[in-house]
Design a protein around this ligand. Structure first.
Ligand SMILES: [Zn+2]
Length: 75
């Protein structure tokens, strides 16, 4: 009986790659989920690349550099 079998090593390596890939996918999904912008009006989670809420159409993030006026003077 040989002390070391290459096939066993390959199987273990494949399992390790599968586990790492699964963890990476879960981590990526969790990161995307956490980065998903939540609407401040209706609390709906939108896609990370969404600029407006898919439910109520509210702006999810202010346009960078355009205007920084967030006061209530326009109301
Ligand atoms: Zn909304």
């Amino acid at each position: 009986m040989r002390p070391f079998q290459p096939m066993t090593f390959l199987v273990i390596l494949a399992l390790a790659i599968c586990i790492l890939a699964g963890l990476w996918i879960l981590w990526r999904a969790a990161r995307l989920r956490s980065a998903a912008p939540r609407c401040t009006r209706c609390k709906t989670e939108n896609r990370p690349d969404a600029r407006f809420c898919a439910c109520c159409g509210a702006s999810l993030q202010p346009a960078p550099g355009s205007t920084e006026e967030k006061d209530t003077t326009h109301a």
